[in-house]
Design a protein around this ligand. Structure first.
Ligand code: ADP
Length: 163
């Protein structure tokens, strides 16, 4: 059984992330979407909220039964080994992602020689999309319905009203 881990902050999950999850289910028997509890990025949503938004947003994808959503708070390579994963999955949007992703992939492969990193490109319509820009647009009253699921759209409105 081929298991792939898709790690990230997912604050919140966008259609770009969903596109990568869909593609991953075509390659792996099981895809674990792993939400980091790392607070370095000061997320808007807590881990439970981020996980709930992922679960709700992937309900309609064809192979969603092969997708597991979890949180992790340890070294990524240790977590991946505990999950018996053969690969880490990362999305590559533009060349601006490359330098950081290249560094992470090399470091992770230094830490665990058996673990490979697989890069997937999303559909070109998502290449400019990230969670930060979605939060920014939404906080200024702009519509983000074509960038996130309905569930996330609603949660964003609720959260930003509380601030
Ligand atoms: P961000 O980079 O927006 O803070 P995450 O930490 O949640 O998002 O990213 C997790 C992974 O998903 C990373 O590999 C990132 O490159 C990828 N990703 C994020 N947004 C997109 C997108 N629009 N298209 C493809 N991949 C994406």
């Amino acid at each position: 059984m081929k298991i792939g881990i898709y790690p990230g902050t997912f604050d919140p999950i966008t259609n770009g992330h969903i596109d990568i999850i869909k593609r991953s289910t075509m390659i792996f028997d099981k895809v674990v979407v792993a939400v980091t509890t790392n607070r370095k990025k000061s997320p808007l949503f807590n881990v439970e909220e981020r996980m709930e938004m992922i679960i709700e947003s992937i309900k309609d994808i064809e192979n969603h039964k092969n997708v597991e959503v979890e949180s992790f708070n340890e070294l990524l390579v240790s977590y991946a080994s505990r999950k018996n994963a053969s690969a880490l999955i990362r999305g590559l949007r533009a060349t601006s992602d490359f330098e950081y992703e290249f560094q992470m992939a090399l470091m992770n492969s230094k830490l665990d020689r058996k673990l490979i990193t697989v890069f997937l490109m999303p559909n070109e319509k998502y290449t400019y999309l990230n969670s930060t820009i979605v939060k920014e647009v939404s906080s200024l009253g702009g519509s983000v319905d074509c960038f996130v699921s309905q569930f996330v759209n609603q949660k964003l409105k609720e959260k930003l009203n509380q601030l």
